[in-house]
Ligand binder design. Sequence first.
Ligand SMILES: Nc1ncnc2c1ncn2[C@@H]1O[C@H](COP(=O)(O)OP(=O)(O)OP(=O)(O)O)[C@@H](O)[C@H]1O
Length: 268
Amino acid sequence: MTDFLAPFYQLRWLDLVDIGLVAFVIYKVILLVKGTRAMQMLAGLGVVLLTMVAARWLHLVTIHWIIQSFLASLILVIIILFQSDIRKALARMGRGPLLAAGHEQKTATLEEVARTAVALASRMTGALIVLERRIGLADYVDTGVRLEARVSRELLMTIFQVTTPLHDGAVIISEDRIIAARCVLPLSTSSDGSRQVGTRHLAAMGLTEETDAVAVVVSEERGRVSLAVGGKLTQNLDAVALNNQLAELFQLKAKTPRRLWGKERGNA
Ligand SMILES: Nc1ncnc2c1ncn2[C@@H]1O[C@H](COP(=O)(O)OP(=O)(O)OP(=O)(O)O)[C@@H](O)[C@H]1O
């Protein structure tokens, strides 16, 4: 009788490492595409593969030939179909500490951003403020108007007044400078996000899906402040919570809540 376990006797420990690595890569790919359009496309590809197996089994020569010819260029098909997801995945890989240069963000800048966001929210003025981290945002800066100005609450408040030509789109802050205003960001394609929020919030989610940037969004309709990181939105933050989260994200020590509130009440 054939020993079905025979191939396993020849397994070397390197083969096990090989299998483990492939399993890990597949697991990571599934985690990456979960909840995105790519997941539906992968399911579609699965259906095509099943059809091919069925066509072969039933000797449906023409269908089998068509699908086989299509799958012959599968790598090309995958690259075309998943180009935005591949771009996001590569950008995520580039976030590793060895591959990217760090940015210095001062506590004062984060406080100014938090206080501005809350003040704008209390006036029902919409805003989108992006804080660059390790991945450069030059491509998005180029879509807007360059400013190169020191971050200040007064300037941020002025930019987002609906009567100014700069209020539409996003402000991008790098280190302690407002690099540009009126920038256009990529919209999130996440299926759960697009159902619940408008384009300003989708833009914040979209950019933070593709890069490690942090985006502060002020809703014009509801006067709420939200924070987008890694494509996820935390809604309805007050000045203290926002400042604490920003300080944590930039690994800075947040100042005491009372100081932040005190200034806000006096200035707003
Ligand atoms: N791709 C984009 N990049 C940057 N900003 C954008 C983008 N799309 C829309 N915006 C900004 O969002 C504003 C429209 O917001 P919209 O009302 O559609 O979204 P929202 O998330 O519901 O926000 P709000 O609660 O403030 O209304 C635009 O005027 C523009 O300033």
